[in-house]
Design a binder for this molecule. Structure first.
Ligand code: HEC
Length: 150
C-alpha cells in the first residue's frame, strides 16, 4: 500500500500543531491572569444573572440557602458558599457542574427539590439571545466558585 499521503498529512499536522502549542504556551505565560480580565468578569456577571433568575428562590440571594421557597422544603437547600469548605478547601468544579446539569444525582437530592434547570436551558438552545445550555451551566458554576467563603 502506498503510505505517502498519510505521511504527508501527518507531516502537515505536525507543522501546524507544533507552532500552535508554542503560541498557546506563550499566550498563557505572558497574558494577565484570566480572572482579572473583562471577559472573565462578564462570565461571572452572566452566571450571577442566571443564578438570580433560577436559584435565589431556594438558595437565597447570598447563596446561603435561605430563600423563601427553600424554607418551605422538607429538605433544606445547601449553603452554596461553603461547597469548598466542605470539600477540603477545593472547589469540586466538575461535580458542581454535573449537579446543575442534572447529570449527577446528589445523595438525597430528589429532583422535586432541585428542579431540572438544565432541561429548560437545553430547550433554549439556539434561541436568539441565549448562550447554549453548556455555557450557561459553566457560567453558573464559575459564579458559585466565585462566592465560596474564604
Ligand atoms: C426548589 C428549590 C431549589 C432550587 C430552585 C434550586 N435548588 Fe439547588 N438545591 C436544593 C436543595 C434542597 C439542595 C440540597 C440537596 C438535596 O436535595 O439533598 C440543593 C443542592 C444544590 C447543590 C449541591 C450543593 C452541595 O452542597 O453539594 C448545588 C450545586 C445547587 N443546589 C445548585 C443550584 C443552582 C445553580 C440552582 C439554580 C439553577 C439551584 N440549585 C436551584 C434546592 C433547590
Amino acid at each position: 500500500m502506498d503510505r505517502k499521503p498519510v505521511a504527508y498529512f501527518a507531516g502537515l499536522a505536525q507543522a501546524i500543531v507544533g507552532p500552535l502549542v508554542v503560541l498557546a504556551f506563550l499566550a498563557t505565560s505572558t497574558l494577565p491572569v484570566a480572572a482579572d480580565s473583562k471577559a472573565w468578569q462578564e462570565n461571572i456577571a452572566e452566571g450571577k444573572q442566571e443564578y438570580d433568575e433560577n436559584c435565589v428562590s431556594c438558595h437565597g440571594a447570598d447563596g446561603k440557602g435561605r430563600g423563601d421557597l427553600g424554607q418551605k422544603l422538607f429538605k433544606k437547600p445547601s449553603d452554596l458558599t461553603t461547597i469548598s469548605e466542605r470539600n477540603e478547601g477545593e472547589f469540586p468544579f466538575e461535580r458542581v457542574f454535573r449537579i446543575i446539569a442534572g447529570d449527577t444525582q446528589v445523595e438525597g437530592h430528589e429532583t422535586m427539590h432541585m428542579p431540572e434547570y438544565a432541561a429548560r436551558m437545553k430547550r433554549d438552545n439556539f434561541k436568539p439571545g441565549y448562550h447554549q445550555a453548556h455555557i450557561r451551566i459553566l457560567q453558573l458554576t464559575h459564579y458559585l466558585e466565585s462566592i465560596q467563603a474564604k
